[in-house]
Design a binder for this molecule. Structure first.
Ligand code: MG
Length: 356
């Protein structure tokens, strides 16, 4: 399946699961890792790096098609980088943007993408301050690829959040919300429904209509996260469940923090039409990517307050406490609605190609 023998890159190498993680670890980190004294270095493979007090992130967007229900490559490329910077607890403020345009792309479509990017920047409170434009011959790019890179900074809200964490966990040392920060007893909160983005893109790729309005959840989450950090606090780790979905993100938490994760199936929010479409297509909604959701690890004493504030917001109105970190076992298990336990393994790759 991974086509290791061919010695060539396959679509699975970009699908966010074990195959992609192995590629990054065995090639990219092998050559570039260990070379910096960054506080959060490349080899941490977190959502972004920390160099000095600057949070730094780069992300290329190759979604196909470039327009899909609920969004387009423009708002996606801004939200993607904004959200990864936000996951460490930082406030993003400036972006660089590199366009690779395909010969034949309609100028009207390019302009539509720029308008969407400008709107999303305004929503997130960030600016695009530098960039680059290249054009390639007509091929299979699908119109354009957009890279955005961005920087973010610490905020008083993050410092306040860490103070709250330390009031419950004296030995807590990290200065950022990292994947490796979780400990036994922490609660896991999911900010809303899963699978919407992947299915919206799939419906556009395949010309499918699921008979209802499944739309992408693509959205910048930085303002929401700063509110949660500043007004409640107690957050130790955050991750946006993009490629590979909830299953990949939660396994990453578990591996890096060296704790087990117990999820409760009845608490995981999934839209009825998303669930039905997944069943019809044989997809696991846990492995389908999202672009406007956050998984939050929080000290148990603050979980209810975080949930309450989330539910008052548009982005978090369907939030749930979906599980907790445990020392009872390693890896990720889910208490199913029928009373058994199911292992949630790291997916090989997101079942939908080119969703971001
Ligand atoms: Mg991320």
């Amino acid at each position: 399946m991974t086509d290791e023998k061919s010695g060539r890159i396959t679509m699975l190498h970009g699908a966010g699961g074990t195959v992609m993680h192995d590629l990054v670890r065995n090639y990219v980190v092998r050559y570039f890792g260990g070379a910096s004294n960054a506080e959060v270095p490349l080899e941490a493979m977190d959502d972004a790096a920390v160099v000095g007090d600057v949070v730094f992130k780069s992300d290329s967007h190759a979604v196909k098609p470039i327009f899909f229900p609920g969004g387009d490559i423009g708002c996606l490329s801004v939200s993607g980088t904004v959200n990864d910077i936000s996951m460490l607890g930082a406030e993003p403020y400036a972006l660089a943007c590199g366009f690779v345009l395909e010969e034949g792309l309609a100028l009207a479509d390019f302009e539509r993408i720029l308008v969407s990017m400008r709107q999303t920047c305004a929503e997130a409170g960030v600016s695009i301050v530098t960039g680059d434009t290249k054009v390639v011959e007509k091929g299979s790019l699908g119109g354009c690829v957009i890279n955005t890179s961005g920087i973010g900074r610490r905020t008083p809200a993050l410092d306040r959040n860490l103070k709250v964490v330390k009031s419950f966990r004296k030995s807590f040392k990290p200065r950022w919300a990292l994947d490796s920060n979780l400990a036994r007893g922490d609660k896991i909160i999911l900010s809303g429904t899963i699978g919407d983005h992947g299915l919206a893109v799939l419906s556009a790729q395949e010309g499918l209509s699921f008979g209802s309005g499944i739309k992408s959840d693509v959205k910048p989450l930085n303002r929401l996260i700063q509110r949660l950090l500043g007004e409640v606090g107690g957050i130790v780790a955050m991750k946006d469940p993009t490629r590979g979905g909830l299953a990949d993100a939660i396994n990453e938490f578990s591996e890096k923090s060296n704790v087990g994760m117990l999820l409760h199936e009845d608490k995981i929010p999934i839209r009825g039409d998303v669930r039905a479409a997944c069943e019809m297509l044989g997809l696991d909604p846990f492995e389908v990517g999202n672009e406007g959701k956050v998984i939050i690890g929080v000290v148990k004493e603050k979980a209810d307050e975080i949930l309450k504030l989330l539910r008052k917001t548009e982005e978090g109105k369907e939030a749930e406490i979906i599980g907790e970190a445990t020392a009872d076992f390693a890896g990720v298990a889910m208490q199913t609605v029928v009373g058994g336990k199911r292992i949630i393994a790291r997916p090989v790759g997101d079942p939908v190609p080119r969703i971001c």
